[in-house]
Ligand binder design. Structure first.
Ligand code: FEO
Ligand code: CA
Ligand code: CA
Ligand code: CA
Length: 662
């Protein structure tokens, strides 16, 4: 979901979304870079190559001088950028729909009946707004796997007939308790057993392994906050059991074959009485006031609290402390209980991509997607056991959560959030590690973390110790903060940071870092974009969101927020060179239909298939007008007047077979 100020369709979500509640005085990324470079250097957009060199930290420069392309270059014919009612892929490739919102998932699920959708049917069918996709091979096969898909949120105005536009907190007049239950069933995730049949991936229909997770699935809370008083409610006096996961955006998979589903904008689902300004707040003397204020709780994006007391904070004031976690799910056991791993912190989690460190510990990289919030890392205490899967199943309950501070000498520090160390003491309201993880943001404020431009996916490469962080945009960064690494006030187009673990040790206390690209149109000087000049008019993009690395370490970027009136192009997938002379060159590969964003790119084990998630297609039309069920911006993917527009997972393959992007 994109939440830019300019996007009137999303005003209701804007109020408490990414405006930023970080009132700490920590230096912004801008302050840090200002200490290194002056503004004049930043604006030399025409000297793109020189600027890329200048943005490198000293450590990175040393390695760049001897740079030889370590990963193969991309070798496909570039797609033309643009926007229309359908999807497009580069010449020589095919893109076919695998599964759509409403398609049966669970064995015996009813067929999709969009005019008479029920919660019971939806809970067995593919959910709405597919986001993260995890590919988990079954028994090591290349042609048999679990596809684990997050369903981030719902667009009621194009899901249900008769809405007459997006419902919001000024009324929600059309959203009945029955529709609330459909929305809750359309959230969560899907586990799909998929098989390659005659060279094409298919969902195995009526598989006993297929599963839906919803906003009402039984889950367990584990780790430091489990059982804490701040997590106890009238329905769960133990503080260890919770119903459902919500707003699962990006995610990850683990070396032991589980799925990490990140809970992002959880605040939007909580509700209370609304004040004169339409803002729902807790009284200032409430013990959770500071905590909830930092997270924007209650956001009031949905009216679930009118039908389910647990989403009304005046009735269940601790329920919001039970959301905002990384959820681990074992797809191999459809009866398994998903676990909220509180050791990985509580924030607006975007992604949880992992890497097996060379010492056997597992490292998870995470972003907190809000303007001026932070980048995090979790390192397990124990080591991965490749010979005993069960020994790994609770590895994520113990370890060290750290937050990133970027230094002005091209290094960065991972600052550990450990109770009792530094300012994380009872004096500051942290009685135990439970308080540290429940109020991760406030703990990170006190440690002096670097305020970022909305961290989305943060993903390690399988090779070279590289980690890529997508910083999607930050239009609230004021003039005076701009500088060479975070160079634009009103940063509408975002940038990508490359971090390097020393000697490929992802658990090291200190990394180096540099900017890979600054996004936007390089032909408009005031945008201040920085690409390799070999990038074509179709090759540049704005608003990086998700990313994927193929097994050779080549970087693929997915975007959220491109549109005709912003960048003259739809969202999609771009291939971005990271090595040698081509470094910083971007090429357009796939684009989505009007209104959509592109999520969840992931490769199969052979790199011969890329799975992508097309999210909220048709929520606006080609003129930028808001859509309804009756008049969607497109009827993708079925183009059948009897069917609504449907978020779908798409399978991309090379015609005649072969590795994608070569
Ligand atoms: Fe759901 Fe940060 O995007
Ligand atoms: Ca997104
Ligand atoms: Ca995202
Ligand atoms: Ca990713």
């Amino acid at each position: 979901m994109d939440h830019q100020d300019e996007r009137s369709l999303q005003q209701r979500r804007e109020d408490s979304e990414n405006i930023g509640n970080n009132r700490s005085t920590n230096p912004t990324m801008g302050d840090v870079i200002a200490a290194r470079f002056n503004r004049r250097d930043v604006m030399r957009g025409s000297l793109a190559v020189a600027t890329i060199t200048a943005t490198m930290g000293p450590l990175a420069l040393a390695s760049a001088r001897k740079a030889v392309a370590a990963t193969p270059n991309f070798g496909f014919s570039e797609l033309e950028a643009g926007v229309d009612e359908t999807h497009h892929v580069a010449d020589g490739y095919s893109a076919n729909v695998l599964i759509r919102w409403g398609d049966p998932v669970v064995k015996g699920a009813p067929e999709f009946d969009p005019l008479n959708q029920t919660a019971e049917a939806q809970a067995q069918q593919f959910g709405y707004n597919n986001d993260f996709i995890g590919f988990i091979p079954i028994d090591g096969a290349d042609d048999h796997a679990f596809l684990c898909v997050n369903h981030e949120y719902t667009n009621e105005e194009i899901m249900f007939p008769g809405m007459e536009g997006r419902q919001d907190r000024q009324g929600f007049s059309k959203i009945t308790p029955e529709l609330i239950n459909v929305e809750m069933a359309a959230h969560g995730g899907s586990v799909l057993e998929i098989k390659k049949v005659d060279g094409a991936w298919q969902v195995v229909k009526d598989s006993d392994l297929n599963r839906r997770i919803t906003a009402e699935t039984d889950m367990e809370i584990t780790g430091p906050a489990a059982g804490h008083d701040r997590l106890k409610t009238s329905a769960d006096t133990t503080g260890t059991k919770v119903l459902g996961m919500i707003n699962n955006c990006a995610g990850g998979t683990t070396p032991w074959g589980t799925w990490l589903a990140a809970e992002e904008n959880f605040h939007g689902y909580f509700w209370s009485e609304i004040d004169d300004e339409g803002k729902a707040i807790l009284p200032e003397d409430h013990p959770e006031f500071v905590n909830y204020d930092r997270y924007g709780v209650p956001g009031g994006w949905y009216n679930w609290g009118t039908a389910h007391d647990r989403f009304d904070i005046t009735k269940e004031p601790n329920e919001p402390n039970r959301f905002g976690y990384m959820v681990e799910i074992d797809p191999a056991d459809p009866t398994s209980t998903p676990k909220k791993r509180t050791a990985l912190g509580r924030f607006k989690h975007e992604g949880g991509e992992t890497i097996l460190n060379k010492d056997g510990r597992v490292v998870v990289y995470m972003g907190d997607d809000q303007r001026f919030d932070y980048i995090y890392r979790f390192v397990t205490a124990g080591s991965y056991n490749p010979d005993d899967r069960s020994a790994n199943m609770d590895l994520l309950d113990e370890g060290t959560l750290s937050v990133a501070r970027y230094n002005d000498d091209g290094t960065m520090d991972w600052l550990p959030l450990i109770h009792g160390e530094g300012p994380l003491t009872a004096e500051n309201g942290f009685e135990s590690q439970a308080d540290v993880v429940i109020e991760t943001r406030r703990a990170a404020d006190l440690l002096g973390a670097t305020k970022m431009d909305r961290p989305e996916d943060v993903q390690p490469s399988p090779v070279g110790g590289k980690v890529y962080a997508m910083l999607t945009n930050n239009t609230r960064r004021k003039a005076g903060d701009e500088n060479i690494a975070n160079p634009r006030a009103e940063n509408a187009f975002g940038h990508i940071i490359e971090m390097t673990a020393p000697d490929e040790d992802h658990a090291a206390d200190q990394f180096s870092w540099e900017i890979l690209v600054q996004c936007g149109d390089p032909s408009v000087a005031k945008v201040g974009a920085v690409w390799n000049p070999a990038t074509s008019k179709d090759g540049w993009f704005g608003m990086p969101d998700n990313c994927a690395l193929d097994s050779e370490g080549r970087l693929w970027i997915a975007t959220d927020g491109n549109a005709l009136d912003k960048t003259g192009r739809a969202d999609g997938v771009w291939a971005l060179e990271t090595d040698g002379d081509a470094r910083g060159t971007s090429k357009h590969f796939f684009r989505v239909p009007v209104g959509a964003e592109l999520c969840g790119p992931v490769f199969d084990t052979t790199d011969e298939t890329m799975f992508v998630a097309v999210q909220h297609p048709g929520e606006e039309d080609l003129e930028g007008n808001g859509a309804t069920f009756e008049n969607p911006g497109t009827r993708w993917p079925d183009f059948d007047e009897a069917l609504p527009v449907r978020p779908s997972v798409v399978v991309i393959t090379k015609d005649g077979g072969g590795t994608i992007g070569t």
